[in-house]
Design a protein around this ligand. Sequence first.
Ligand code: ADP
Ligand code: MG
Length: 268
Amino acid sequence: MNLHEYQSKQLFADYGIPVPRGIPAESAGAAVKAAEEIGGDLWVVKAQVHAGGRGKAGGVKLARTLEEVREYADAMLGIQLVTHQSGPEGLPVNVVYVEEGSEIDRELYLSMLVDREVGRISFIASAAGGMDIEKVAAETPEQIFSVAIAPDAGLQDYQARQLAFGLELDKKQMRQFGDLIKKLYQLYLDSDASLIEVNPLITTKAGDILALDGKINIDGSALFRQPEIAALRDTSQEDEAERDAAEHDLNYVSLNSFYRMTRWPQFW
Ligand code: ADP
Ligand code: MG
């Protein structure tokens, strides 16, 4: 089962993982109110769909005034957003996430998944994160590296350092990062996740680490013991067969969404 970005980030925040402040909104008016509540003078309006590639498809817009927040929310809400991961029909935008704009220094890639080849949970990381990660994977895969975690030992400090070095972090960022991935690993275990992806994980101009995007997939077979997470299911993002299956407690993923879920960078 997929979670939306705003739901994933709420879980991140619950675990003390740093994220920008944000509020979901279902109308343009609510989006403006959200921006007012967040304050500042730079916001990002983000379409909430179960597909990545929103930035390149017009589903992530930087707004410098409340009027722009209204305009972008109004333009996104109610449409089918087509991204390179959504399939040709796109996915309905029923919610936008209004977020404070961050001052980005570098965009990094970080994810966790079960690496079936080694039978372990692995971190996948790259200093070349952001919207072109698929190109990086295709053309310069040596820029992407992974660290597998032994289940009995858990995440070790030296592995956190290995990842931090690979991401070219400075000393202060390394400390923040070490803390962040411990929390991420715990969240992965606690929530029965099959994938957690943070792309981009950023370093800010002030030198801090922040999860700027968030994607969590939960193992459908474990939902029976994750009632709080199961309640976050958004059937508007699923196709009819998946909705039917869920109603009958079947763990079924249609080939369309399987394709969506298993494409890089969500899965190897
Ligand atoms: P997607 O992966 O679906 O394209 P992201 O959330 O990764 O969506 O956003 C795409 C890009 O938009 C990011 O790589 C980043 O450059 C920019 N962006 C996203 N959120 C913010 C934010 N809160 N502040 C500043 N820039 C942002
Ligand atoms: Mg992203």
